[in-house]
Design a protein. Sequence first.
Length: 117
Amino acid sequence: MSQRSTSPSGEQSVSIFLGATFPKNIRLPEAERRVAEAIQEQSVRQHAEIMHQLLVQSCVALAIMAVVATALGRLVAGRVLRPLQTMTNSIQHISARNVHERLAVTGPRDELKDLAA
């Protein structure tokens, strides 16, 4: 949108509010109208470019966070499931001849340690 005003010294000026469509009912000299429309078009293009950059940067950040979250999830799951994997491997080696063997489980007393006892 634009607004025509007169300064205290008597000079006329046109203020253009970016992002609004240029009103057709305001009478401006042709040169001023072209300048105002060019500025407005530049503003719209600049806004579209900024929004595109924001979208691209957001997608890149999302991809990076997905990779980091997957890596951390695998690391934590591996650490949590390691005692269970150790128990599974030990049980597979116990046979009918060495049934007296016990599972050597270290760590805090929990369900897995109770199961091994």
